[in-house]
Design a protein around this ligand. Structure first.
Ligand SMILES: Cc1cc2nc3c(=O)[nH]c(=O)nc-3n(C[C@H](O)[C@H](O)[C@H](O)COP(=O)(O)OP(=O)(O)OC[C@H]3O[C@@H](n4cnc5c(N)ncnc54)[C@H](O)[C@@H]3O)c2cc1C
Length: 439
């Protein structure tokens, strides 16, 4: 059978790979000139780096399995990660239970209370009981007002902006579970994974396998329309410099575009379904990436628990990965998740950097403009779905109202937070679902 796949990110490539390895033909269409979607890469310091910081957790078995299947397992490394929390003008180590006990902005009793509930959350499997309560209400009710105000509220605000007090506890629970999954035993330090060839090379290797298995992967090619005949998906119309405008017939189509794009590609979708898709809310990731000739800190992942700082976090990639991969430079992401109506969303790269610079000096008073060797800016729309309470009941099915037309995007990943692992898992699952339906 022939399949058309819209999107050459983790989900679309995994779907095409799964279909082609089962003997079917799959064509992938990616509008960007390169593969990988949100996990795509660019060149910095002579090396390849993701536009947004990327790592894997120990529990990310589907992604690790795909890396193995395309022959890149030897590039996979697991590294100790160092977490910090910027609060009250200093960086507090926040990697272990002992670090929490030393976190003096909270009273000793409050620290014990946070530790107790963190332990319980990490060891709770039944997330459904968190479906109907916001993270804010749960944290205040269990860990207390001060813990919420000092640690969690700035983090939720940073990640979800004005929607911070609507986020469901099930989402926050999944973050606690991930941390424990990456630690192994409670006393062990967290280890995070990274393919040293970059995620970009992983996706290129998947594309090569799809080709070898009889499929085609077209970058720089935009799907304009899903052709529907007698209530069934029948083909795709796409355009690019190479194809100009062409229509190909398919037995089924899998779309991996964000929910707000999908309805514009298909005629005849029922109004209530379109409304369901359009009600999905997303934030954009806005990233400044610096190559520095000095390290900014000694922490890999720095959460900013300080409302006067205009960004959510600093990920110093080279505090986990060898700077030698990037010409010896220290790679620092300054990250924010913004709604499109946030004034910072429209700032030019230079304006945004100017906004951030004084705050980098608060984190490291020695920071100097002369340290900056390269400066990059990336904006990723549709990066983070906003996950409220009762989110499970709002998720659209992978089968759409049009027969043989499937949707597989990040809004359908729950209760886990979106991630390459879950997109790979979903892409492969939806491929199998489509095959079962067509059998
Ligand atoms: C800043 C940031 C940090 C992240 N950190 C991590 C991390 O540490 N670990 C991790 O595992 N994950 C991380 N993620 C998440 C991860 O990158 C995504 O969840 C995953 O890559 C999503 O893959 P996808 O294929 O589902 O969607 P996407 O990557 O969004 O792919 C969809 C593709 O469809 C294409 N497309 C859209 N419309 C059309 C059209 N009409 N025609 C053709 N193509 C079209 C898009 O260009 C895009 O490439 C991060 C994401 C961001 C933004």
């Amino acid at each position: 059978m022939n399949f058309g796949i819209i999107g050459g990110g983790a989900a679309g490539l995994a779907a095409a790979y799964e279909l082609s390895r089962r003997g079917h033909t799959a064509d992938v269409f990616e509008t960007a000139p390169i593969l990988g979607g949100q996990a795509s890469t660019f060149t910095i310091g002579g090396g390849q780096l993701e536009r947004g910081y990327h790592h894997l957790f120990r529990s990310d078995r589907d992604m690790v399995q795909l890396i193995r299947e395309v022959g890149l397992e030897e590039h996979m490394g697991w590294f100790e990660s160092k977490v910090g929390l910027f609060h009250g003008g200093r960086v507090w180590p926040f990697s272990s239970p002992l670090d929490l006990l030393r976190f003096s902005p909270l009273s000793f009793g409050q620290r014990l209370r946070v530790g107790f509930w963190t332990f319980l959350l990490q060891n709770t499997r039944n997330w459904r009981k968190f479906e109907d309560i916001t993270a804010r209400d749960w944290i205040i009710g269990h860990m207390g007002d001060d813990a919420y105000r000092v640690i969690w509220e700035p983090l939720l605000r940073g990640k979800f902006g004005d929607s911070y007090n609507q986020i469901g506890m099930a989402w926050l629970w999944s973050k606690f579970r991930l941390r424990v999954a990456s630690r192994g035993k409670a006393w062990q330090k967290e280890r995070l994974g990274y393919p040293l060839c970059s995620f970009g090379d992983v996706f290129d290797a998947v594309a090569r396998r799809i080709h070898e298995q009889g499929g085609r992967v077209h970058t720089g090619t935009t799907v304009e329309h899903v052709e529907v005949s007698n209530g069934r998906a029948a083909g795709l119309t796409f355009s690019s410099a190479e194809f100009f405008r062409e229509t190909r017939q398919y037995d089924a189509v899998i779309a991996t575009t964000p929910s707000y794009i999908f309805p514009s590609l298909v005629d005849g979708l029922p109004a209530d379904y379109v409304n369901q898709l359009r009600s999905a809310r997303y934030l954009s990731a806005v990233l400044i990436i610096l190559a520095l000739n000095e390290p900014l800190s000694d922490v890999y992942w720095m959460n900013i628990a300080d409302r006067t700082t205009p960004f959510l976090g600093i990920i110093e990639h080279t505090n986990m990965i060898d700077p030698g991969l990037y010409g010896g430079h220290h790679i620092v992401y300054i990250t924010n998740y913004l709604s499109r109506d946030d004034p910072m969303y429209d700032l030019s790269p230079g304006e945004l950097l100017a906004e951030y610079l004084p705050h980098l000096r608060r984190i490291n008073p020695g920071f100097d403009l002369g340290w900056i060797v390269e400066f990059h800016y990336h904006k990723v729309d549709g990066a983070q779905p906003i996950i409220g309470t009762h989110y499970g009941s709002e998720i659209p099915d992978h089968r759409t109202p049009i027969r043989n037309l499937y949707l597989a995007n990040t809004t359908q990943i729950y209760p886990e937070d979106r991630g390459t692992n879950y997109s790979v898992r979903m892409g492969r699952q939806v491929a199998r679902l489509a095959l079962d339906d067509l059998a």
